[in-house]
Design a protein around this ligand. Structure first.
Ligand SMILES: Cc1cc2nc3c(=O)[nH]c(=O)nc-3n(C[C@H](O)[C@H](O)[C@H](O)COP(=O)(O)OP(=O)(O)OC[C@H]3O[C@@H](n4cnc5c(N)ncnc54)[C@H](O)[C@@H]3O)c2cc1C
Length: 447
Protein backbone atom coordinates (compact mmCIF):
# COMPACT_ATOMS: atom_id res chain seq x y z
CA UNK A 1 0.00 0.00 0.00
CA UNK A 2 1.20 3.51 -0.79
CA UNK A 3 2.28 5.35 2.41
CA UNK A 4 -0.23 7.97 3.50
CA UNK A 5 0.15 11.13 5.61
CA UNK A 6 -1.42 11.21 9.06
CA UNK A 7 -1.45 14.22 11.39
CA UNK A 8 -1.44 13.56 15.12
CA UNK A 9 -2.44 16.50 17.31
CA UNK A 10 -1.01 16.19 20.83
CA UNK A 11 2.16 14.44 21.97
CA UNK A 12 1.18 12.96 25.31
CA UNK A 13 1.32 9.19 25.72
CA UNK A 14 -1.78 8.72 23.53
CA UNK A 15 -0.46 10.85 20.65
CA UNK A 16 3.01 9.33 20.76
CA UNK A 17 1.86 5.71 20.88
CA UNK A 18 -0.65 6.51 18.12
CA UNK A 19 2.20 7.97 16.05
CA UNK A 20 4.30 4.86 16.61
CA UNK A 21 1.53 2.52 15.50
CA UNK A 22 0.81 4.49 12.33
CA UNK A 23 4.47 5.06 11.46
CA UNK A 24 5.28 1.38 12.06
CA UNK A 25 2.68 0.55 9.39
CA UNK A 26 4.77 2.62 6.94
CA UNK A 27 2.80 5.89 6.90
CA UNK A 28 4.25 9.36 7.40
CA UNK A 29 3.24 11.02 10.68
CA UNK A 30 3.39 14.73 11.55
CA UNK A 31 2.83 15.51 15.23
CA UNK A 32 1.66 18.96 16.33
CA UNK A 33 2.02 19.60 20.07
CA UNK A 34 0.97 22.59 22.19
CA UNK A 35 3.88 22.21 24.59
CA UNK A 36 7.52 22.49 23.57
CA UNK A 37 8.32 19.17 25.19
CA UNK A 38 6.52 15.97 24.23
CA UNK A 39 5.06 13.75 26.95
CA UNK A 40 1.90 15.58 28.09
CA UNK A 41 0.93 14.54 31.61
CA UNK A 42 3.63 11.85 31.63
CA UNK A 43 6.00 14.82 31.72
CA UNK A 44 3.86 17.43 33.47
CA UNK A 45 1.43 15.38 35.57
CA UNK A 46 3.16 12.29 36.94
CA UNK A 47 4.52 13.09 40.40
CA UNK A 48 7.91 14.85 40.23
CA UNK A 49 9.89 12.30 42.27
CA UNK A 50 8.79 9.33 40.15
CA UNK A 51 12.08 9.69 38.26
CA UNK A 52 12.28 6.08 37.21
CA UNK A 53 8.83 6.04 35.62
CA UNK A 54 9.29 9.43 34.01
CA UNK A 55 12.69 8.70 32.54
CA UNK A 56 11.51 5.28 31.28
CA UNK A 57 8.62 6.91 29.44
CA UNK A 58 10.86 9.69 28.15
CA UNK A 59 13.17 7.07 26.61
CA UNK A 60 10.24 5.39 24.85
CA UNK A 61 9.00 8.75 23.57
CA UNK A 62 12.46 9.70 22.27
CA UNK A 63 12.58 6.40 20.40
CA UNK A 64 9.21 7.07 18.79
CA UNK A 65 10.27 10.56 17.73
CA UNK A 66 13.48 9.18 16.25
CA UNK A 67 11.51 7.12 13.69
CA UNK A 68 12.47 8.52 10.27
CA UNK A 69 8.87 8.86 9.14
CA UNK A 70 7.79 10.86 12.22
CA UNK A 71 8.02 14.69 12.25
CA UNK A 72 7.49 16.73 15.40
CA UNK A 73 6.29 20.32 15.58
CA UNK A 74 6.38 21.45 19.22
CA UNK A 75 5.07 24.76 20.58
CA UNK A 76 2.14 24.56 18.14
CA UNK A 77 -1.41 24.56 19.53
CA UNK A 78 -4.30 23.69 17.26
CA UNK A 79 -7.50 25.45 18.29
CA UNK A 80 -10.05 28.02 17.31
CA UNK A 81 -8.02 30.65 19.17
CA UNK A 82 -4.65 29.68 17.70
CA UNK A 83 -3.09 30.69 14.40
CA UNK A 84 -3.44 27.03 13.44
CA UNK A 85 -7.08 25.91 13.31
CA UNK A 86 -8.52 22.53 12.40
CA UNK A 87 -9.74 23.87 9.06
CA UNK A 88 -6.26 25.23 8.30
CA UNK A 89 -4.86 21.75 9.03
CA UNK A 90 -7.44 20.22 6.69
CA UNK A 91 -6.19 22.46 3.86
CA UNK A 92 -2.86 20.61 4.08
CA UNK A 93 -4.78 17.50 2.96
CA UNK A 94 -3.73 14.82 5.46
CA UNK A 95 -5.17 11.37 4.77
CA UNK A 96 -6.31 11.18 8.42
CA UNK A 97 -6.02 13.22 11.62
CA UNK A 98 -5.81 11.74 15.11
CA UNK A 99 -6.61 14.10 17.97
CA UNK A 100 -4.81 13.13 21.18
CA UNK A 101 -4.95 16.46 23.01
CA UNK A 102 -5.84 15.07 26.45
CA UNK A 103 -8.47 16.62 28.72
CA UNK A 104 -7.57 20.31 28.79
CA UNK A 105 -11.00 21.68 29.77
CA UNK A 106 -11.86 22.52 33.37
CA UNK A 107 -14.99 21.12 34.98
CA UNK A 108 -16.76 24.13 36.43
CA UNK A 109 -19.35 23.54 39.13
CA UNK A 110 -20.80 27.00 38.57
CA UNK A 111 -20.84 27.90 42.26
CA UNK A 112 -20.58 31.40 43.71
CA UNK A 113 -17.03 32.48 44.51
CA UNK A 114 -15.41 29.86 42.25
CA UNK A 115 -13.10 32.51 40.79
CA UNK A 116 -11.76 33.68 44.19
CA UNK A 117 -8.00 33.78 44.62
CA UNK A 118 -6.62 30.60 46.13
CA UNK A 119 -9.11 28.37 44.25
CA UNK A 120 -7.43 26.14 41.69
CA UNK A 121 -8.15 23.24 39.40
CA UNK A 122 -5.94 20.23 40.13
CA UNK A 123 -4.73 20.13 36.52
CA UNK A 124 -3.42 23.70 36.67
CA UNK A 125 -1.89 23.16 40.13
CA UNK A 126 -0.17 19.96 39.00
CA UNK A 127 1.06 21.68 35.81
CA UNK A 128 2.45 24.43 38.09
CA UNK A 129 4.51 22.17 40.35
CA UNK A 130 5.65 20.09 37.39
CA UNK A 131 6.97 23.21 35.66
CA UNK A 132 4.72 23.56 32.59
CA UNK A 133 4.68 27.09 31.15
CA UNK A 134 2.76 29.32 31.64
CA UNK A 135 1.46 27.69 34.88
CA UNK A 136 5.04 27.28 36.17
CA UNK A 137 5.44 31.00 36.82
CA UNK A 138 1.84 31.82 37.80
CA UNK A 139 0.64 32.36 41.37
CA UNK A 140 -0.50 29.08 42.92
CA UNK A 141 0.16 30.16 46.48
CA UNK A 142 -1.27 27.93 49.18
CA UNK A 143 -2.10 28.84 52.77
CA UNK A 144 -2.34 27.11 56.13
CA UNK A 145 -5.65 25.32 55.57
CA UNK A 146 -6.04 23.67 52.21
CA UNK A 147 -9.15 21.80 51.05
CA UNK A 148 -8.91 19.29 48.21
CA UNK A 149 -12.19 18.25 46.64
CA UNK A 150 -12.14 14.62 45.45
CA UNK A 151 -10.75 11.28 46.63
CA UNK A 152 -8.69 9.95 43.69
CA UNK A 153 -4.97 9.52 43.04
CA UNK A 154 -4.64 13.14 41.90
CA UNK A 155 -5.86 14.24 45.35
CA UNK A 156 -3.17 12.05 46.92
CA UNK A 157 -0.46 13.54 44.67
CA UNK A 158 -1.50 17.06 45.64
CA UNK A 159 -1.67 16.23 49.36
CA UNK A 160 1.79 14.67 49.04
CA UNK A 161 3.15 17.77 47.36
CA UNK A 162 1.65 20.11 49.97
CA UNK A 163 2.62 18.05 53.02
CA UNK A 164 6.01 16.72 51.92
CA UNK A 165 7.67 18.15 48.83
CA UNK A 166 6.40 21.71 48.38
CA UNK A 167 9.26 24.10 49.12
CA UNK A 168 8.68 26.64 51.88
CA UNK A 169 6.11 26.61 54.63
CA UNK A 170 3.84 23.58 54.89
CA UNK A 171 0.10 23.84 55.56
CA UNK A 172 -1.24 23.07 59.01
CA UNK A 173 -4.03 20.98 57.56
CA UNK A 174 -4.91 19.42 54.24
CA UNK A 175 -8.57 18.41 54.32
CA UNK A 176 -10.05 16.07 51.74
CA UNK A 177 -13.69 16.91 51.07
CA UNK A 178 -15.76 14.18 49.44
CA UNK A 179 -19.40 13.99 48.50
CA UNK A 180 -19.60 10.30 49.35
CA UNK A 181 -18.15 8.25 52.19
CA UNK A 182 -15.08 6.30 53.33
CA UNK A 183 -16.07 3.19 51.35
CA UNK A 184 -16.06 5.11 48.06
CA UNK A 185 -12.44 6.25 47.94
CA UNK A 186 -10.94 6.13 44.44
CA UNK A 187 -7.22 6.22 45.21
CA UNK A 188 -4.80 3.28 45.11
CA UNK A 189 -3.43 2.16 48.47
CA UNK A 190 0.12 2.23 47.07
CA UNK A 191 -0.29 5.94 46.38
CA UNK A 192 -1.90 6.69 49.75
CA UNK A 193 1.01 4.91 51.48
CA UNK A 194 3.05 8.03 50.63
CA UNK A 195 0.88 10.28 52.82
CA UNK A 196 -0.62 7.89 55.36
CA UNK A 197 1.75 9.08 58.10
CA UNK A 198 -0.03 12.46 57.95
CA UNK A 199 -3.51 10.98 58.42
CA UNK A 200 -4.78 12.24 61.75
CA UNK A 201 -6.24 8.98 63.09
CA UNK A 202 -8.03 10.62 66.00
CA UNK A 203 -9.83 13.18 63.84
CA UNK A 204 -10.51 10.49 61.23
CA UNK A 205 -12.27 8.30 63.81
CA UNK A 206 -14.28 11.33 64.90
CA UNK A 207 -15.30 11.92 61.28
CA UNK A 208 -16.35 8.28 60.94
CA UNK A 209 -18.53 8.64 64.03
CA UNK A 210 -20.08 11.80 62.50
CA UNK A 211 -21.17 9.96 59.35
CA UNK A 212 -21.94 6.57 60.93
CA UNK A 213 -25.73 6.99 60.84
CA UNK A 214 -26.16 8.00 57.17
CA UNK A 215 -23.73 5.23 56.16
CA UNK A 216 -25.73 2.68 58.13
CA UNK A 217 -28.81 3.63 56.11
CA UNK A 218 -27.15 2.10 53.01
CA UNK A 219 -25.77 -0.91 54.89
CA UNK A 220 -22.27 0.49 55.42
CA UNK A 221 -20.68 -0.17 58.81
CA UNK A 222 -17.88 2.16 59.93
CA UNK A 223 -16.37 -0.78 61.87
CA UNK A 224 -15.34 -2.18 58.45
CA UNK A 225 -13.56 0.93 57.17
CA UNK A 226 -10.16 -0.24 58.44
CA UNK A 227 -10.48 -3.63 56.81
CA UNK A 228 -11.97 -2.43 53.53
CA UNK A 229 -10.48 0.94 52.60
CA UNK A 230 -8.24 2.45 55.31
CA UNK A 231 -5.82 -0.30 56.48
CA UNK A 232 -3.58 2.48 57.84
CA UNK A 233 -5.97 2.83 60.80
CA UNK A 234 -4.24 -0.19 62.34
CA UNK A 235 -1.55 2.21 63.48
CA UNK A 236 -2.47 4.85 66.02
CA UNK A 237 0.57 7.02 65.23
CA UNK A 238 -0.05 10.77 65.52
CA UNK A 239 0.75 12.79 62.39
CA UNK A 240 4.18 14.43 62.21
CA UNK A 241 4.45 18.20 62.53
CA UNK A 242 3.76 20.29 60.62
CA UNK A 243 0.72 19.17 58.71
CA UNK A 244 -2.13 16.79 59.20
CA UNK A 245 -4.35 15.12 56.66
CA UNK A 246 -8.06 15.00 57.48
CA UNK A 247 -11.23 13.86 55.71
CA UNK A 248 -14.67 15.40 55.55
CA UNK A 249 -17.13 12.91 54.07
CA UNK A 250 -20.69 13.33 52.75
CA UNK A 251 -20.07 16.98 51.88
CA UNK A 252 -20.50 18.77 48.52
CA UNK A 253 -19.19 22.31 48.12
CA UNK A 254 -21.95 24.75 47.15
CA UNK A 255 -20.27 28.16 47.42
CA UNK A 256 -16.94 29.77 48.13
CA UNK A 257 -16.90 32.80 50.38
CA UNK A 258 -13.97 35.14 49.76
CA UNK A 259 -12.48 37.61 52.28
CA UNK A 260 -12.37 41.35 51.56
CA UNK A 261 -8.99 40.75 49.86
CA UNK A 262 -10.67 38.42 47.34
CA UNK A 263 -9.01 35.23 48.61
CA UNK A 264 -11.11 32.26 49.66
CA UNK A 265 -11.93 32.38 53.38
CA UNK A 266 -14.64 29.76 53.76
CA UNK A 267 -16.38 27.08 51.76
CA UNK A 268 -20.05 26.26 52.14
CA UNK A 269 -20.81 22.58 51.92
CA UNK A 270 -24.12 20.77 51.62
CA UNK A 271 -24.21 17.74 53.86
CA UNK A 272 -25.29 14.59 52.07
CA UNK A 273 -26.87 11.28 52.82
CA UNK A 274 -26.23 8.25 50.61
CA UNK A 275 -28.91 6.52 48.57
CA UNK A 276 -28.69 3.39 46.43
CA UNK A 277 -28.11 3.84 42.72
CA UNK A 278 -28.04 0.41 41.07
CA UNK A 279 -25.16 -1.52 42.61
CA UNK A 280 -23.51 1.54 44.09
CA UNK A 281 -24.47 4.59 46.11
CA UNK A 282 -24.93 8.22 45.23
CA UNK A 283 -25.01 11.34 47.40
CA UNK A 284 -28.21 13.27 48.04
CA UNK A 285 -28.34 16.60 49.92
CA UNK A 286 -29.73 16.18 53.41
CA UNK A 287 -30.87 19.82 53.51
CA UNK A 288 -28.21 20.85 56.04
CA UNK A 289 -25.36 23.22 55.15
CA UNK A 290 -22.11 23.98 56.97
CA UNK A 291 -19.32 26.51 56.47
CA UNK A 292 -15.70 25.42 56.79
CA UNK A 293 -12.71 27.78 57.01
CA UNK A 294 -10.10 27.36 54.25
CA UNK A 295 -7.65 29.74 52.57
CA UNK A 296 -6.96 27.43 49.60
CA UNK A 297 -9.19 25.04 47.70
CA UNK A 298 -8.21 22.68 44.91
CA UNK A 299 -10.75 20.86 42.76
CA UNK A 300 -9.46 17.35 41.99
CA UNK A 301 -12.65 16.09 40.38
CA UNK A 302 -11.34 15.19 36.92
CA UNK A 303 -11.26 17.29 33.78
CA UNK A 304 -13.18 17.53 30.53
CA UNK A 305 -12.36 17.87 26.83
CA UNK A 306 -11.37 21.38 25.71
CA UNK A 307 -14.25 22.94 23.73
CA UNK A 308 -11.96 25.51 22.06
CA UNK A 309 -10.22 22.82 20.02
CA UNK A 310 -12.93 23.10 17.38
CA UNK A 311 -14.21 19.52 17.15
CA UNK A 312 -17.96 18.88 17.56
CA UNK A 313 -18.58 19.02 21.32
CA UNK A 314 -21.40 17.92 23.62
CA UNK A 315 -21.66 16.93 27.27
CA UNK A 316 -18.05 17.88 28.04
CA UNK A 317 -16.70 15.53 25.31
CA UNK A 318 -15.94 15.46 21.62
CA UNK A 319 -18.80 13.79 19.76
CA UNK A 320 -18.03 10.37 18.32
CA UNK A 321 -19.96 8.26 15.86
CA UNK A 322 -23.19 7.02 17.48
CA UNK A 323 -23.49 4.16 14.94
CA UNK A 324 -23.51 1.21 17.30
CA UNK A 325 -23.32 -1.43 14.55
CA UNK A 326 -19.53 -1.03 14.67
CA UNK A 327 -18.78 -0.13 18.30
CA UNK A 328 -15.08 0.49 17.80
CA UNK A 329 -15.53 2.80 14.87
CA UNK A 330 -18.30 4.50 16.82
CA UNK A 331 -16.04 5.05 19.77
CA UNK A 332 -13.11 6.68 17.97
CA UNK A 333 -14.40 8.40 14.83
CA UNK A 334 -15.49 12.02 15.32
CA UNK A 335 -19.11 12.76 14.38
CA UNK A 336 -20.75 16.03 13.37
CA UNK A 337 -24.27 16.16 14.85
CA UNK A 338 -25.06 19.25 12.71
CA UNK A 339 -24.69 17.30 9.43
CA UNK A 340 -25.57 13.92 10.98
CA UNK A 341 -22.40 12.46 9.42
CA UNK A 342 -19.07 11.20 10.69
CA UNK A 343 -16.07 13.43 9.99
CA UNK A 344 -14.22 11.17 7.58
CA UNK A 345 -10.73 10.29 8.69
CA UNK A 346 -10.91 12.31 11.94
CA UNK A 347 -10.28 10.30 15.11
CA UNK A 348 -9.93 10.97 18.81
CA UNK A 349 -7.94 8.85 21.29
CA UNK A 350 -6.70 8.78 24.89
CA UNK A 351 -7.86 11.32 27.47
CA UNK A 352 -9.22 13.47 24.64
CA UNK A 353 -11.75 10.66 24.10
CA UNK A 354 -12.35 9.71 27.73
CA UNK A 355 -11.27 12.52 30.00
CA UNK A 356 -9.21 11.70 33.10
CA UNK A 357 -9.65 7.96 32.63
CA UNK A 358 -6.82 5.66 33.64
CA UNK A 359 -3.06 5.63 33.69
CA UNK A 360 -0.50 5.89 30.90
CA UNK A 361 -0.99 2.19 30.03
CA UNK A 362 -4.66 2.81 29.39
CA UNK A 363 -4.03 5.91 27.26
CA UNK A 364 -1.55 3.86 25.24
CA UNK A 365 -3.97 0.98 24.78
CA UNK A 366 -6.73 3.37 23.76
CA UNK A 367 -4.50 5.09 21.21
CA UNK A 368 -3.24 1.84 19.71
CA UNK A 369 -6.71 0.36 19.57
CA UNK A 370 -8.09 3.54 17.98
CA UNK A 371 -5.29 3.45 15.41
CA UNK A 372 -6.31 -0.07 14.31
CA UNK A 373 -9.36 1.72 12.90
CA UNK A 374 -7.30 4.54 11.44
CA UNK A 375 -5.14 1.98 9.62
CA UNK A 376 -8.20 0.12 8.36
CA UNK A 377 -9.69 3.39 7.12
CA UNK A 378 -6.44 4.27 5.29
CA UNK A 379 -6.36 0.91 3.52
CA UNK A 380 -9.49 1.67 1.55
CA UNK A 381 -8.69 5.25 0.54
CA UNK A 382 -6.74 6.71 -2.40
CA UNK A 383 -3.77 8.82 -1.29
CA UNK A 384 -4.31 12.58 -1.05
CA UNK A 385 -1.70 15.06 -2.20
CA UNK A 386 -0.67 16.14 1.30
CA UNK A 387 1.78 18.92 2.08
CA UNK A 388 5.37 17.70 2.43
CA UNK A 389 7.40 18.29 5.61
CA UNK A 390 9.23 21.32 4.15
CA UNK A 391 5.94 22.87 3.06
CA UNK A 392 4.38 22.31 6.50
CA UNK A 393 7.39 23.95 8.10
CA UNK A 394 7.06 26.92 5.77
CA UNK A 395 3.33 27.26 6.51
CA UNK A 396 3.91 27.02 10.27
CA UNK A 397 6.78 29.51 10.22
CA UNK A 398 4.47 32.02 8.60
CA UNK A 399 1.99 31.59 11.49
CA UNK A 400 3.92 30.90 14.67
CA UNK A 401 7.05 32.35 16.24
CA UNK A 402 9.11 29.33 17.17
CA UNK A 403 8.58 25.75 16.10
CA UNK A 404 10.48 23.11 18.01
CA UNK A 405 11.70 20.07 16.08
CA UNK A 406 12.46 16.63 17.48
CA UNK A 407 16.23 17.30 17.33
CA UNK A 408 15.69 20.47 19.31
CA UNK A 409 13.71 18.52 21.93
CA UNK A 410 16.80 16.38 22.43
CA UNK A 411 18.98 19.48 22.76
CA UNK A 412 16.56 20.83 25.35
CA UNK A 413 16.65 17.56 27.30
CA UNK A 414 20.44 17.64 27.24
CA UNK A 415 20.54 21.29 28.32
CA UNK A 416 18.13 20.56 31.19
CA UNK A 417 20.08 17.46 32.25
CA UNK A 418 23.28 19.51 32.27
CA UNK A 419 21.70 22.25 34.38
CA UNK A 420 19.93 19.62 36.56
CA UNK A 421 23.27 18.00 37.39
CA UNK A 422 24.62 21.41 38.47
CA UNK A 423 21.66 22.13 40.77
CA UNK A 424 21.30 18.48 41.87
CA UNK A 425 17.74 18.15 40.51
CA UNK A 426 17.21 15.37 37.97
CA UNK A 427 13.79 16.83 37.08
CA UNK A 428 15.12 20.35 36.45
CA UNK A 429 13.08 22.32 33.85
CA UNK A 430 13.45 25.76 32.40
CA UNK A 431 10.31 27.47 33.73
CA UNK A 432 9.34 29.50 30.66
CA UNK A 433 9.10 28.85 26.94
CA UNK A 434 11.51 31.74 26.32
CA UNK A 435 14.17 30.09 28.52
CA UNK A 436 13.62 26.72 26.84
CA UNK A 437 14.00 28.26 23.40
CA UNK A 438 17.12 30.09 24.47
CA UNK A 439 18.60 26.91 25.97
CA UNK A 440 17.97 25.09 22.68
CA UNK A 441 19.77 27.90 20.88
CA UNK A 442 22.84 28.21 23.10
CA UNK A 443 23.33 24.67 24.44
CA UNK A 444 26.86 23.31 24.05
CA UNK A 445 27.25 19.62 24.88
CA UNK A 446 30.07 18.95 27.40
CA UNK A 447 33.08 17.21 25.80
C1 LIG B 1 -1.75 14.48 38.47
C2 LIG B 1 -1.64 13.26 37.60
C3 LIG B 1 -0.79 12.25 37.98
C4 LIG B 1 -0.68 11.09 37.20
N1 LIG B 1 0.17 10.12 37.60
C5 LIG B 1 0.28 9.00 36.86
C6 LIG B 1 1.18 7.97 37.25
O1 LIG B 1 1.85 8.06 38.29
N2 LIG B 1 1.27 6.86 36.45
C7 LIG B 1 0.56 6.74 35.29
O2 LIG B 1 0.71 5.73 34.58
N3 LIG B 1 -0.32 7.70 34.91
C8 LIG B 1 -0.48 8.82 35.67
N4 LIG B 1 -1.35 9.78 35.28
C9 LIG B 1 -2.22 9.55 34.10
C10 LIG B 1 -1.48 9.85 32.78
O3 LIG B 1 -0.78 11.05 32.89
C11 LIG B 1 -2.51 9.87 31.65
O4 LIG B 1 -3.09 8.58 31.57
C12 LIG B 1 -1.92 10.18 30.27
O5 LIG B 1 -0.97 11.22 30.32
C13 LIG B 1 -3.03 10.57 29.28
O6 LIG B 1 -2.43 10.70 28.01
P1 LIG B 1 -2.99 11.61 26.80
O7 LIG B 1 -1.93 11.57 25.77
O8 LIG B 1 -4.34 11.16 26.44
O9 LIG B 1 -3.13 13.09 27.39
P2 LIG B 1 -2.02 14.11 27.92
O10 LIG B 1 -0.96 13.39 28.65
O11 LIG B 1 -2.77 15.17 28.64
O12 LIG B 1 -1.36 14.73 26.60
C14 LIG B 1 -2.01 15.69 25.82
C15 LIG B 1 -1.00 16.34 24.87
O13 LIG B 1 -1.74 17.15 23.94
C16 LIG B 1 -1.14 18.42 23.83
N5 LIG B 1 -2.22 19.39 23.52
C17 LIG B 1 -3.22 19.78 24.32
N6 LIG B 1 -4.03 20.62 23.67
C18 LIG B 1 -3.51 20.79 22.44
C19 LIG B 1 -3.88 21.55 21.31
N7 LIG B 1 -4.98 22.32 21.34
N8 LIG B 1 -3.12 21.49 20.20
C20 LIG B 1 -2.00 20.71 20.17
N9 LIG B 1 -1.60 19.96 21.23
C21 LIG B 1 -2.36 19.99 22.34
C22 LIG B 1 -0.47 18.69 25.17
O14 LIG B 1 0.60 19.60 24.98
C23 LIG B 1 0.01 17.27 25.55
O15 LIG B 1 1.29 17.05 25.04
C24 LIG B 1 -1.47 10.96 36.03
C25 LIG B 1 -2.34 11.99 35.66
C26 LIG B 1 -2.43 13.14 36.43
C27 LIG B 1 -3.37 14.23 36.03
Amino acid sequence: MEPKTVFVVGAGPAGLFAARKIAAAGHHVSIFNRDIRPGGLAEYGIYPVKHHMKSGLRKQFTKILSMPNVDYYGNIAVSEQSPLTISALAEWRPDAVVFAVGAQGTKKLGMAGEDSRGVYSAKDFVYHYNGLPPFSTQDFSTGRRVAIIGMGNVMVDIARWLLIDQPGEKPEEVAVIARRGPFEVKFDNKEFDEVEAFLDRKLFRGELARVAEPLKAVGQDIAEVQEKTFPWLKSEAAPPHPGKLTFRFLSSPTAIVPSSSGRIERVKVAENILVFSGDSTKPKPSGRETELPFDTLIFAIGDVADPSLGLPYAKNSYVTNPDTSDPNRAAYEVFDPASGKPLEGIYVVGWARKASEGLVGKARFDAEHGCDHVLKYLEGKPKKVSLLSAEILRELSARENAIVSKDQVIRLQQAEAQKGALVNNPEFRFPTNAEMLEAIEVFEPAH
